[in-house]
Design a protein around this ligand. Structure first.
Ligand code: ARG
Length: 445
């Protein structure tokens, strides 16, 4: 297909080839292809309804679009050529099929409102896929938490053994962080749910168009209040990158833990062969690569948030070409986060928990020290003294009289008894975890 610019008229001279290449975004923004066609279709329909385009012309062009969509779907046509961006490719393709009449799709709109309309539609679809991926990982965490009832391990603070926790409780902690990610993504979908089409280049259109109608045809629940804001606003993209950054931080922290747990020094978990890799030199190695890659990619997603914020920072109203740089970070962050969620789901579903090793690590008497202090308080001692005695007990520094006081209480304690005593809502004990599991299950319905 021949390459036609959408803006040749004013220019007598030719664009420098390096400038052509420098400005081209087709490689990246072809992801917007189907959204762009959907927007063109809705726009034509609205133009015909408000009398700006004859109904028979609009119908012909809509049919041409539908045919193009069908051909794209069965792979009979592909995006190619040296077009500036996907909007230029679409128009060139429609013109080739329907003649110059096709350029009517440009009436009453500009690429400035078009590109952000496409981008918002794309974002809404992406958020839907991401939410499903989050749900997939939550479902696996919940299932593993249900099947691991009765398993306990040391909980850590400062990466030092602190108090025993049930494995189910630990896994559910990650479930709830993902629950917040899911909610944040819902909020992102709402922010993207506003149609800017009709804002034109910056000031709206002299045609009597109905932006509300285009919004409705595209399934948006709102349309813009101010044309300048409509073409400038990228808050929805920043919000999405921020939500994705947090989600990646959650995945990265989960990864860090799995990396530690799978090291022989901990020995709490073993990666399935399907989700680990070896070393080209050291035959004995089995490395937790998926977790390390997720931890690594979280840095890139966070970088994309930074990149968009800095791009936006100095921009005056309204459209500035800098805004072309808004999409690659979002595309990459979305694709990366979705992949990381799927990989973590595979890892978690197949991970072997080493319950015996976890129980062995719980034999550390230090894990019982807090509860020993609690028992001393119950026996009538002030908390400060109870804390001191329990500390000395752990360090083996009690004298005979103190030992006589503390030992009978200490002998009653075990990781199990300490866990059974944690019964209040939200605590790590098995009884309250049962309630938590029910709540988690309901939140997935
Ligand atoms: N490729 C451009 C972008 O992604 C589309 C809008 C171009 N508008 C313009 N006036 N050059 O932002």
């Amino acid at each position: 297909m021949s390459t036609t610019k959408l803006w040749g008229g004013r220019f007598a001279g030719k664009t420098h080839p390096l400038m052509e290449e420098f400005g081209r975004s087709l490689q990246s923004d072809q992801r917007l292809l189907f959204c762009d066609l959907q927007v063109c279709r809705a726009h034509l329909q609205m133009l015909s309804e408000c009398g700006a385009v004859k109904p028979e012309v609009s119908e012909r062009l809509v049919n041409t679009i539908d045919q193009l969509v069908a051909e794209l779907n069965r792979g009979a046509v592909q995006v190619s050529g040296d077009h500036e961006d996907i909007h230029s490719w679409v128009e060139a393709e429609l013109r080739q099929r329907a003649g110059d009449e096709a350029s009517l799709i440009r009436l009453g709109r500009s690429r400035n409102d078009l590109v952000v309309t496409d981008f918002r539609l794309w974002t809404r679809q992406a958020v839907q896929r991401l939410r499903e991926a989050v749900r997939g990982l939550q479902a696996v965490l919940l299932q593993r938490a249900e099947e691991q009832a009765g398993v306990y391990l040391p909980g850590y603070t400062h990466l030092q053994r602190a108090q025993p926790v049930t494995l189910s409780h630990h896994l559910l902690a990650h479930f709830w962080s993902l629950q917040r990610d899911h909610q944040r993504l819902e909020q992102c979908a709402q922010s993207a749910d506003c149609c800017p089409l009709g804002a034109g280049a910056l000031a709206g259109s002299s045609w009597d168009i109905q932006p509300q109608r285009t919004a409705e045809l595209l399934g948006f629940s709102r349309c813009f209040d101010n044309s300048l804001d409509a073409v400038s606003d990228r808050d929805f993209a920043v919000e999405l990158l921020s939500a994705l950054s947090l989600c990646m931080i959650h995945l990265s922290r989960m990864s860090e833990e799995l990396i530690l747990w799978s090291a022989p020094e901990f020995g709490f978990a073993t990666f399935d062969d399907a989700w680990s890799t070896g070393s080209s030199l050291m035959p004995q190695k089995k490395n937790p690569d998926p977790a390390e890659l997720i931890r690594g990619r979280s840095g890139r997603v966070i970088g994309h948030l930074q990149s968009l914020l800095v791009t936006l920072k100095g921009l005056p109203l309204a459209y500035n070409r800098d805004l072309q740089e808004d999409k690659p970070p979002v595309f990459e962050a979305v694709e990366m986060t979705e992949k990381c969620l799927l990989v973590m789901t595979g890892v978690m579903a197949s991970l072997r928990f080493e319950a015996a090793q976890m129980a062995r690590a719980c034999e550390d008497p230090g894990l019982l020290a807090t509860d020993l202090a609690d028992h001393l308080v119950r026996a009538g001692h002030p908390f400060s003294m109870a804390h001191e005695l329990a500390g000395k007990w752990v360090a083996g520094r009690l004298d005979q009289a103190e030992l006589a006081l503390v030992r009978p209480l200490a002998e009653q304690l075990s990781a199990e008894s300490v866990l059974m005593a944690r019964r209040h809502p939200g605590a790590a004990g098995p009884e309250s975890v049962q309630i938590q599991l029910d709540k988690a299950r309901r939140s997935l319905q």
